[in-house]
Design a protein around this ligand. Structure first.
Ligand SMILES: O=C(O)CCC(=O)C(=O)O
Ligand SMILES: [Fe+2]
Length: 291
């Protein structure tokens, strides 16, 4: 199986269909150069001060810079990209809603070996989710051209339907080569890993991932984005960060107050969350009929 390739003219339905089939898809040339350059410029001082990884998985020649919603207004635009949100809504439709899971600029330095092949959903303490029950919809935005030589992400297309706990070698994978500004999407169940960087340049990919709203986020958004910055952000983005209930009773504050009301100082104990509000937040409510 190969990696499905789409363009910015394709719809979220098209991309979600490709993900259902292959567990991965590349959408070419989505991001305008201006936005790609702006996010790199805004993050440059943070990337320079990020240490390399402590182990083979994180990469001893790789810098992973996070907290991107707090640090980069341009990253906020990419986090809330309508095509990606449309795909995530479809891939994660079996949950009440979805949330931002992590934000990471992954800068792989020259000489870095290939990352071990893995499923991102192993982060959930290796819980073996049933095949077909997706809990993560992930993206890696190419901040430079992704080539086989510089460490393009390597994938096992179709492996989202394989059993859990498999061990693949780099030789079992194919590289998601793509021009700068393209985006690779893959499910949390797809086996993949960063490629070896055999070039003399750093490979930068913007890893933005989304998870079912009933799961714990990999990057703690409440602390990565401090309240004084959070209060300046649009409400839709705040809900995506996790300032919303993740299901009927998940994430309320004290007397069942809405987290967004609490953050923005507008809810009192007299303003509890109503059952109907969940449907407004997630597009689904507890009384939704099956199917
Ligand atoms: O940077 C990449 O190409 C992939 C990184 C990755 O899969 C991970 O860190 O989980
Ligand atoms: Fe990964």
């Amino acid at each position: 199986m190969t990696i499905p390739r789409l363009t910015a003219a394709n719809t979220a339905e098209d991309v979600a269909a490709a993900l259902a089939e292959a567990g991965c898809a590349v959408v070419e040339r989505v991001l305008p150069d201006e936005l790609r350059e702006r996010v790199l410029r805004e993050l440059d001082p943070w990337m320079r001060s990020t240490p390399v990884g402590p182990d083979d998985f994180a990469g001893r020649r790789t810098r992973r810079t996070g907290g991107l919603v707090a640090r980069s207004p341009a990253a906020r635009e990419i986090v809330a990209h309508p095509l990606v949100l449309g795909v995530a809504r479809r891939v994660l439709a079996n949950a009440a809603g979805f949330q931002l899971h992590l934000t990471q600029m992954i800068a792989i330095g020259p000489g870095e070996p290939a990352q071990p092949v893995h499923r991102d959903q192993w982060a959930f303490d290796f819980f073996p989710f049933p095949v077909g029950y997706e809990v993560q919809c992930n993206t890696i935005w190419a901040m430079c051209d992704f080539t086989e030589e510089n460490g393009a992400t390597r994938l096992v297309p179709g492996s989202h339907r394989r059993e859990d706990g498999l061990a693949f070698e780099a030789a079992d994978t194919i590289p998601a080569t793509m021009p700068a500004g393209s985006v690779l999407l893959y499910t949390g169940s797809l086996y993949h890993g960063a490629g070896a960087n055999r070039s003399d340049e750093t490979r930068c990919g913007l890893n933005l991932t989304y998870s079912a709203s009933w799961l714990r986020q990999e990057e703690n958004q409440y602390l990565s984005v401090p309240p004084e910055i959070a209060r300046t952000l649009p409400e839709d983005l705040l809900r995506l960060l996790g300032y919303a209930r993740g299901a009927y009773a998940l994430g309320y504050v004290d007397d069942m107050r809405d987290p967004l009301d609490v953050l923005l100082g507008r809810g009192g104990p007299e303003a509890p969350v109503g059952l109907g509000d969940l449907a407004a937040v997630s597009g689904r409510g507890p009384g939704r009929p099956p199917g």
